[in-house]
Write a protein that binds this ligand. Sequence first.
Ligand code: SAH
Length: 216
Amino acid sequence: MQDSFAHKGKRKILVEYLRHKIGISDENVLAAINEVPRHVFIESIFEDFAYEDRAFPILSHQTISHPSTVAEQSELLQLKPGEKVLEIGTGCGYQTAVLLAMKGLVYTIERQKDLFDFSKKKFRELHLHPKFQSFGDGFAGLPTFAPFDKIIVTCGASVLPTELLKQLKVGGKMVIPLGLTDEQVLYRFTKISLTEIEKEEFGAYKFVPMLNNTSK
Ligand code: SAH
């Protein structure tokens, strides 16, 4: 799928919407949203609406998050170029592409085999290079690659995945929606020391659930 002038123009309008209406101020996030062709990650029937602040169905009854949610989570993460970031829930790969555009060293996990395959193909087509892409259960994290500077969870967890907090560096941050299936609250956990965690709250959201194990 081509990235036309029309797509680029719509992306600029989206960026201004995120800046002025949603209040995103991290220029690194806004530049990444401006760079990544979101329409390439969704079904062609939704192409005309790709740069509206909307979520769309992707494979396996999952959803690509609203651009405003991707921008807000990315801003809360405070990702700096060259930092190691673990993403739980690769989905179609759009958020992964945004983290890569922010120059993160990205490790990503997806539990649905068809989405793992889909995103892998997209990354190849777009010449994007996550450090590591795993088909697995995000509750376990990636102990062999830990510790991480940042962790972003793009599905709603009913319980705090403590294994992920273990895989965070001291000084590191994890952005995660927590709550039951209907609605979650977005949190940012900062690992102050090995025994001390700071918890901040950022309002209500609706994510697909974080599920155990993998699904073929
Ligand atoms: N960032 C994605 C959002 C996809 S929705 C995007 O931009 O498209 C969240 C994703 O989390 C879904 O693909 C779902 O399959 C995945 N998921 C749910 N539980 C998971 C788990 N335990 N481990 C890894 N991925 C998980």
